[in-house]
Design a protein around this ligand. Structure first.
Ligand SMILES: [Zn+2]
Length: 332
């Protein structure tokens, strides 16, 4: 009661899907969850209207997420759901509207009971929020009707209230920076092919912008020679990864052979299919595509308030742009 406010984004976080609440919890024992219990699913009622406490030291976040889903499905509504996390707090953006508040607490150890906790959340669910994709094109010299496409989401997780802001420097201003440099390059040095740039929106809430773009394309999808999705490209000391590279073997082989020749990266990692960024809706429409990102331990902010660009080195930015230019030059 005597302690000060916890700092939103650093010491605690509210899940984006939490409802509005004003709560005071005093002198209360939270209920813990035994994920190893076989009877967990049969005893969900014990969590109704209770303060539920989970320590991420004892389980992993995927189990917690499934448990939350289960509570929602069975319409069990705890009073408050607390996740203790000693790592960096990553904002789970609201993808649905749920009936109980979920918070993450960092470095605050709750032992047997909560002496005093006050939580005030004002939340508004907007069903049809309007936003935009932005398309651009540099027309090709000789094969105008054949396209190389670049995508990168230009927005991120947004804000919680007025003061807690998730800038998304690496995720994904860094990808946008690559697109802008490629646009500048190709406008000065046009390719034979037309080069299309799609700056997508609402990737973080479930690839909504790229889904819309793939459903309502401004060019014919079957005229796309290749699509590159860039998401988190500000590092590179380790190398680059090509998601969907195991399926797109011809493209992966070309990236590997260019790299053998020019020695841009220490490593090119070839990944399998994964619907984890904006390439996915296009892949599902049959467009040949890769999701490319850089990796390296020079920067480790992901979905935190500290992904603000401080320490983001753009280690391999020029090499990354160059390998993409070489690819377009050589791919046929
Ligand atoms: Zn991203």
């Amino acid at each position: 009661k005597d302690s000060s406010f916890l700092k939103l984004g650093e010491e605690f976080l509210v899940y984006g899907s939490s409802p509005s609440v004003d709560l005071i919890i005093e002198n209360k024992r939270p209920v813990s969850v035994d994920f190893n219990s076989k009877k967990l699913k049969d005893k969900l009622n014990i969590y109704a209207n209770k303060v539920v406490l989970i320590d991420l030291k004892t389980t992993d976040i995927s189990k917690v997420s499934s448990f939350i889903k289960l509570l929602i499905e069975k319409e069990i509504t705890p009073k408050l759901f607390i996740i203790q996390n000693c790592g960096k707090l990553q904002f789970p953006i609201g993808r649905n509207n749920i009936k109980f508040p979920i918070i993450e607490l960092r470095d605050k150890v709750i032992k047997k009971k909560i002496d005093y906790l006050e939580l005030s959340v004002k939340s508004k669910w907007e069903e049809n929020y309007m936003t935009q994709n932005v398309w651009g094109m540099v027309e090709g010299k000789s094969k105008k009707d054949s396209f190389f496409v670049f995508t990168a989401h230009y927005d991120h997780l947004g804000k919680i209230g007025e003061d807690c802001y998730f800038p998304g420097a690496n995720d994904n201003a860094s990808g946008v920076a690559v697109l802008l440099d490629m646009a500048k390059y190709f406008s000065q040095n046009p390719s034979d092919y037309s080069i299309v740039f799609i700056f997508t929106t609402a990737e973080e809430v479930g690839l909504l912008g790229s889904k819309y773009a793939a459903e309502n394309p401004l060019i014919e999808l079957d005229k796309i020679k290749f699509l590159f999705n860039l998401d988190m490209c500000g590092t590179g000391s380790g190398g680059i990864a090509l998601i969907n590279g195991k399926k797109e073997t011809k493209a992966s082989d070309l990236f590997m052979s260019i790299n053998q020749d020019k020695l841009y990266f220490n490593e090119i990692r070839i990944g399998g299919e994964s619907c984890n960024s904006d390439h996915c809706p296009f892949v599902m429409k049959g467009v040949p595509a890769l999701f490319l990102f850089t990796f390296g331990c020079e920067y480790n902010e992901y979905h935190t308030v500290s992904d603000n660009g401080k320490g983001l080195s753009f280690t391999k930015h020029l090499d990354f742009c160059n390998i993409l230019k070489d690819f377009i030059e050589e791919y046929n």
